[in-house]
Design a protein around this ligand. Structure first.
Ligand SMILES: [Zn+2]
Length: 136
């Protein structure tokens, strides 16, 4: 199982290098897992397959990083917040959403859920997935 998990992670990062954000779709029930895992969390099937996700999503909640516990790791993404993001494909995850400071959070709280879009972000030596606000 450990080797299988490493492979799913490697494929995910390889695809990011190609500009594609991949999830795993369950042919049994149609659920999409993102971040990708082999097993379907909805029906328990182990036969999920790769699918490129649209990146379209909505954000349900906004949590600003606490001033004293900000991971220095994410300093390059400022301003940002954490949010519960729901992909159009159905998966929910906690993600980093760029462009949100204290003032912006206040504006957005009345409008939740708000549209966001996945983006591939180059970190030091690897790419990762973050989300951006979709402004009107
Ligand atoms: Zn399923």
């Amino acid at each position: 199982m450990a080797i299988k998990l490493e492979k799913v992670v490697k494929t995910f990062y390889d695809k990011l290098e190609e500009g594609k954000i991949m999830g795993r779709k369950c042919p049994e029930c149609g659920a999409v897992e993102f971040p990708p895992v082999y097993a379907c969390n909805t029906c328990g099937s182990y036969e999920t397959e790769w699918v490129e996700i649209s990146g379209n999503a909505v954000m349900h909640s906004i949590v600003l990083p606490a001033a004293l516990s900000t991971k220095p790791d994410y300093a390059d993404l400022k301003p940002y917040a954490y949010g519960e993001v729901e992909l159009e494909e159905g998966s929910r995850l906690n993600a980093v959403v760029r462009g949100i400071n204290k003032k912006k959070r206040k504006e957005l709280l009345d409008k939740l859920p708000v549209p966001v879009k996945a983006a591939i972000y180059q970190r030091d030596g690897y790419k990762t997935v973050v989300f951006d606000l979709v402004e009107d």
